[in-house]
Design a protein around this ligand. Structure first.
Ligand code: ZN
Length: 249
């Protein structure tokens, strides 16, 4: 069974379409780790596209919550808040209702689980081995997929408790890298962000999980960044959000 893992799409339809084209024929089912909307110019189109994929599990992100009014975005910075309020005005009643009913997570799927931020808190950013270790200690399953930081990679907790940072650094021409999972380790795996990468690689990030081989694949795919930026300008979304897509920061 091959599972396509989508995360942090952030209303970027051009990036999502590039991912789906690259992934075509390579998966049996889809999971989605949240932040479907926020920041980007295509909230309704992206929600429709994700819904059409019929993911077996989807958890909500902090931007999904802010854009549908579950939270008031008061802990967001100015540009993120401006984008959230723009998104809220764009969303159709049906898509607002869809965002409001998304799962909190952790959501179990077969032998793994999915969360947006961390295992203990859907809004927690896991950046350090310490944060990862505290969460992996709580894990009831060996494999957890998370999003939220927009950094492709993750963490492994080895037998005995030693934490290892899983770094993915792909050269521009390289599309993917595989990670074989050790049955004695516990993992927190981030497939990267599709719509707003922040790990220095502007290409859209996503992943696959192959359950029989116990392998995770990290992927990067280029997309027409300028096309997304043009739609953001037309929507008068904040300039720093437009600019950062070029750099993946
Ligand atoms: Zn996000």
């Amino acid at each position: 069974m091959r599972t396509l893992i989508l995360s942090d799409i952030h209303s970027n339809l051009t990036a999502l379409e590039a991912v789906l084209e690259q992934a075509q024929g390579k998966y049996d089912r889809v999971i989605c780790l949240g932040d479907i909307v926020g920041y980007g110019p295509d909230p309704n189109e992206v929600i429709q596209r994700v819904r059409g994929l019929e993911p077996v599990a989807t958890v909500r992100g902090n931007h999904d919550k802010a854009c549908c009014g579950i939270t008031n975005a008061e802990d967001f910075n100015t540009v993120a808040r401006a984008a959230a309020s723009w998104t809220r005005q764009q969303l159709t009643p049906e898509n607002l209702a869809y965002l409001r009913q998304l799962d909190v997570g952790p959501a179990p799927v077969d032998d793994f689980q999915i969360v947006h931020g961390s295992i203990r808190d859907e809004d927690e950013y896991v950046f350090t081995p310490r944060e990862a270790g505290e969460n992996l200690e709580l894990a009831k399953v060996g494999l957890t997929f998370c999003g939220h930081t927009h950094f492709q990679g993750g963490f492994a907790r080895r037998e005995g408790g030693r934490l290892e940072v899983l770094r993915v650094r792909m050269e521009p021409g390289v599309a993917w890298a595989a990670l074989e999972l050790n049955p004695a380790s516990r993992y927190l795996i981030n497939p990267g962000s599709i719509g707003q990468p922040r790990d220095g690689d502007p290409r859209a990030g996503f992943g696959f999980y192959e359950s029989e081989k116990r392998t995770v694949e990290y992927w990067r795919v280029p997309y027409d960044i300028e096309a997304t930026q043009q739609r953001m300008r037309a929507a008068q979304l904040p300039e720093p959000l437009i600019h950062r897509l070029s750099h993946g920061r």
